[in-house]
Design a protein around this ligand. Structure first.
Ligand SMILES: NC(=O)c1ccc[n+]([C@@H]2O[C@H](COP(=O)([O-])OP(=O)(O)OC[C@H]3O[C@@H](n4cnc5c(N)ncnc54)[C@H](OP(=O)(O)O)[C@@H]3O)[C@@H](O)[C@H]2O)c1
Length: 288
């Protein structure tokens, strides 16, 4: 299988490369420098030249708060550029695998979101990603996977921020009224590779990291793991706070747990387990 990965330098992009290394697949990792997906002509040229079987789009504008003031850039990458990729995929009859987000929901539910539940994004990032889902559906063969709270040893994410802050502060206040599901980018990468081979029906699927928790719970688990791994780890004192005590330009969904039943039934892909992923990821982040 020839596989193109766009956004190859991001968290998911790098985990996809790790996952696909040492497999018989021929992988074409394209970072933003190699291929800016907003460049319609360059996208078509690259995809026609490579003629892949699968295009996995790991590129996105992911700065949720910045997107409120950088609206045009967010829409260009998260929506318009997805049209470029879907159209190029059609040109070479490739399967288009696209990634979306729990932020397409407003978080007012109290039970895990199913794929067909009504969407209602609360900010520019969520709205642009929702438009990206529609654009991805223009590919004749497409799989759209919504995920949530992505972390890994790569790039920028909550886990790495927590580890950094632990080295700088003795106490931290963490939001305890938003519930979601941390998802290891390596588990997501494995699921996407499996889906590329299993070829389920066109459509939207949910994949996340298993057990639901709050950011406060997640931080506590991260620090417990770091303490277990490193005797000298500075465990900060943690205080649970409400979202109103930590205002952000975009209101985050209070509840954004994704129901992964469809993926399990139709493609035998079970949720990841973020608690299992914590140990190896923290080990790498702490350079142990
Ligand atoms: N992170 C999360 O918590 C989260 C939650 C739910 C869903 N998701 C979705 O999961 C997917 C993967 O997210 P991630 O966490 O791996 O994101 P990430 O680490 O921010 O990586 C995104 C990558 O896309 C690249 N990119 C941005 N604009 C581009 C362009 N015009 N052309 C080509 N590449 C471009 C970025 O390059 P630069 O570094 O140069 O900007 C970066 O390498 C995304 O679709 C995201 O929306 C993420």
């Amino acid at each position: 299988m020839k596989v193109v990965i766009t956004g190859a330098d991001g968290q998911l992009g790098q985990c996809l490369q790790d996952r696909l290394s040492n497999t018989p697949n021929k992988v074409f990792p394209l970072s933003r420098r190699g291929l800016d997906i907003t460049d319609t002509e360059a996208v078509l040229d690259h995809i026609v030249a490579i003629d892949p079987d699968v295009i996995i789009n790991a590129a996105a504008y992911t700065a949720v708060d910045k997107a409120e003031s950088d609206t045009e850039a967010a829409w260009a990458v998260n929506a318009k550029a997805v049209e470029n990729l879907a159209s190029a995929a059609n040109n070479v009859s490739a399967l288009f695998v696209h990634v979306s987000t729990d932020y397409v929901f407003d978080g007012s539910s109290s039970s895990p979101y199913k794929e067909a539940d009504p969407v209602n994004p609360t900010g520019v990032y969520g709205a642009s990603k929702l438009a990206g889902e529609k654009a991805a559906q223009q590919a004749e063969r497409h799989i759209i996977v919504r995920t949530a709270w992505v972390f890994s040893e790569y790039g920028h994410n909550f886990l790495k921020t927590m580890v950094r802050l632990a080295g700088e502060r003795d106490s931290l206040s963490i939001v305890n009224d938003q519930t979601g599901t941390p998802t290891y980018a390596g588990d997501l990468a494995a699921a996407l590779v499996h889906l590329s081979e299993a070829l389920p029906a066109n459509g939207v699927y949910h994949f996340s990291g298993g057990e639901a928790c709050t950011w406060f719970d997640f931080a506590r688990a991260i620090f417990a793991t770091c303490e277990e791994l490193s005797e000298g780890f500075n465990m900060p004192q943690l205080t649970p706070i409400s979202s109103s005590e930590f205002p952000t330009p975009v209101r985050r969904p209070a509840y954004s747990v994704l129901d992964g039943q469809r993926l399990k039934e139709e493609a035998s892909v079970s949720a990841g387990d973020w608690r299992i992923a914590l140990l190896p990821v923290c080990k790498k982040v702490l350079s142990l």
